[in-house]
Design a binder for this molecule. Sequence first.
Ligand SMILES: Cc1cc2nc3c(=O)[nH]c(=O)nc-3n(C[C@H](O)[C@H](O)[C@H](O)COP(=O)(O)O)c2cc1C
Length: 307
Amino acid sequence: MTDLRIKIGDITFSNPVFTASGTFGYGTEVSDLTDVSKLGAIVTKSVTLFPREGNPPPRVVETPAGMINSIGLANVGVERYIREMIPLYDNIGTKVIMNIAGTTLEEYCDVLEKVEVISSNICGYEINISCPNVKKGGMQFGVDSSMTEALTAEMRKRTERLIIMKLSPNVTDITSIAKAAENGGADAVSAINTVVGMSIDSETGKSQIYTTYGGLSGPAIKPIGLATVHKVYQSVNIPVIGLGGITTGLDAVEYLLAGAVAVQVGTATFRHADAGEQIINELHQFGDSKSIEKISSLTGAVKTYTK
Ligand SMILES: Cc1cc2nc3c(=O)[nH]c(=O)nc-3n(C[C@H](O)[C@H](O)[C@H](O)COP(=O)(O)O)c2cc1C
């Protein structure tokens, strides 16, 4: 049987399939829909310093080529997250990665510090510097290498837990942002967040999203995610976590071949809450059918025409 275990920093995960931020709540609401203990890890939705209602509706629309959302980081805020969600992680049976968002460097730091001073079994933080759906912050960091490096370094000073910087595809050169995260001391980067998109109702002439633009996700963005992961993999020496449009085990295999050590499953979980579990089973089947000893041997093994 193929060994699905993978390592990021000092942490060993039972398999490389995680949930993607914003598509699996805080990890505590879904236990009657799927066996979360089977997952390699859960990545929570973004948590900010203060509670946020998010953007007004309509904030989600399905298009023939994917889903567009502009949730605007609706969340309960860090204080309530600490009070109500973190205690539930004691019995969750899998690793939890908390996703943090903010509008200023100080806000990111404050959220992380508040969690660092309490005891919790969160194994790491994914830092969202790539949200396309908020007016201030988020993507301001993700499009600027020096801001990315400075933010990563501030996070690094404050924790020994894993730091994963989540990158945006909505930039000219993602490799320079990935390198900045590495220079700042990140343990890993994850890519990609959603791709800026728009949807219009031709009958009414109205935009289908309140904020006009939103983030496209789902199978339509998989080729963009794969290319991004491959470019980032070649430019940094820290692990890359790949996501964007993964719905099957074979999609996950493609991401591993492109250079990912692990993957995250987002939009697919809206159709099947147990998509992650199915992908793990399909990874086992793929590995066994090809007699692969360790799934980690696939990382970066794509055969390209140039080398
Ligand atoms: C409804 C929705 C909400 C999301 N919320 C967040 C979020 O709070 N923080 C974040 O970093 N990414 C968020 N994302 C982005 C996903 O984590 C992921 O990067 C993206 O959807 C691409 O993966 P997918 O095609 O598998 O969905 C959200 C995506 C969707 C569809």
